[in-house]
Design a protein around this ligand. Structure first.
Ligand code: NAD
Length: 361
């Protein structure tokens, strides 16, 4: 039992976490609601775009998937929850997959052994506290433990995080989570333990800071370019100051993808809920859009080739991609745009935009 860990939600993040923990020596039972997918995992026929996932899965001997919640709860007292929390049109997170899961736990009734419900999903601060009473009545503690990973390097990022963030229900579970990370990470990361709400705020604030840094770099870069100078020289000089640092201080496309834009906006929403200022998040979002406008208005040729339209190189993700938004903006200005990317990405773009572009591998 001690060495058993249950993981609920075997999507992009949950599956990688399961494989990472299995590789570190734990017995893992993963729950997912999609029976076909569970079958593919158990038969090791799953096809994944995430590097090394298929390899890890093929080599794994102590990881199994199930569709049975009862079996998952019995398997371990340590339960990591990695279901999806997509953004609603309002910018808030949709917590309904976690809520639905809690309903199923209610149906199972109060547990005899103390269970630990550890939320790894992105949540609006306060969400973990809001489910605490209900889960406590069923004998579960509630902790928050998000991961700072990027798609395309999830397994690598999980092995070597800069920091491990633990919003602990109490010291005992905080220590258990810390020990799990000490066992599977290879770089002795800084462990930051705090309350769940502090950890929820930390998770969003960290991404908000990065988006602000990127937007700042692009704002200064646009200014330098408009003045006839070289943005790279200026930003490199600024980044040489050790109080600032060069990371995320490059001139280029704005930030995009499935995490940065929505986490930044959600922090502003939470700040408004608490009657606190959200000006930096809001200005960052606006600045990111204005940078795209600047790129479009400063383009003076009659044709363009965009090499890579996903939100970052070597990913398949088009969500909030500034590269794609740039290509669309140019094409809509009447410029002949050729898009280069891998065939899977090109197929996706073609399905949405048809002959707005020409396509090249
Ligand atoms: N993917 C990332 O790069 C990333 C990065 C940082 C944070 N996160 C956060 O991690 C969480 C998970 O993200 P993801 O990208 O892995 O999502 P995903 O959509 O890829 O996976 C979610 C999985 O949960 C399963 N599921 C849904 N309800 C379930 C239930 N009741 N029981 C069992 N399984 C259930 C789904 O079938 C799916 O396989 C989200 O909150 C996301 O914001 C993701």
């Amino acid at each position: 039992m001690q060495n058993n860990i249950s993981i609920i939600g075997l999507g992009k993040l949950g599956l990688c976490f399961a494989l990472t923990l299995e590789k570190a020596g734990y017995n893992i039972l993963g729950l997912d609601i999609n029976p076909e997918y569970v079958k593919e995992i158990n038969e090791k026929t799953l096809i994944s775009h995430e590097p090394d996932v298929e390899n890890f899965l093929k080599k794994s001997t102590n990881f199994r998937a199930t569709t049975s919640i009862e079996e998952t709860i019995q398997f371990s007292n340590i339960i990591f929850v990695v279901v999806a929390t997509p953004s609603l049109p309002s910018g808030r997170y949709d917590h309904s997959q976690i809520d639905g899961l809690i309903q199923k736990l209610e149906a199972l009734g109060r547990q005899v052994d103390q269970k630990h419900f550890i939320v790894c999903c992105t949540t609006l601060p306060g969400y973990c506290d809001s489910i605490k009473d209900k889960l406590s009545s069923l004998n579960y503690s509630v902790s928050y433990n998000p991961e700072f990973i990027a798609q395309g390097t999830i397994l690598k990022d999980q092995a070597s995080p800069d920091m491990v963030l633990i919003g602990q229900a109490n010291d005992e579970i905080g220590q258990i989570i810390e020990d799990i990370y000490k066992k599977h990470t290879i770089n002795n990361p800084k462990i930051c333990r705090m309350t769940p709400i502090e950890a929820e705020i930390t998770k969003l604030s960290l991404n908000c800071f990065l988006t602000t840094k990127i937007a700042f770099a692009n704002m200064i870069g646009d200014l330098v370019k408009a003045s006839g100078g070289n943005p790279d020289l200026v930003l490199s000089a600024i980044g040489s100051d050790s109080r600032i640092g060069p990371k995320y201080l490059k001139y280029g496309y704005g930030y995009g993808g499935p995490c940065f834009p929505r986490d930044n906006r959600a922090l502003a929403i939470y700040a408004n809920d608490k009657n606190c200022a959200s000006d930096i998040s809001t200005a960052t979002d606006t600045s990111n859009k204005k940078h795209l406008d600047f790129m479009l208005t400063s383009f003076k040729d009659i044709s363009a080739t965009i090499d890579g339209v996903t939100y970052k190189p070597n990913s398949m993700i088009l969500e909030e991609s500034q590269q794609l938004a740039y290509a669309v903006g140019l094409a809509k200005k009447g410029i002949k745009v050729t898009i280069k990317d891998n065939p899977i990405v090109l197929k996706k773009v073609k399905e949405i935009y048809g002959d707005l572009f020409t396509y090249a591998i």
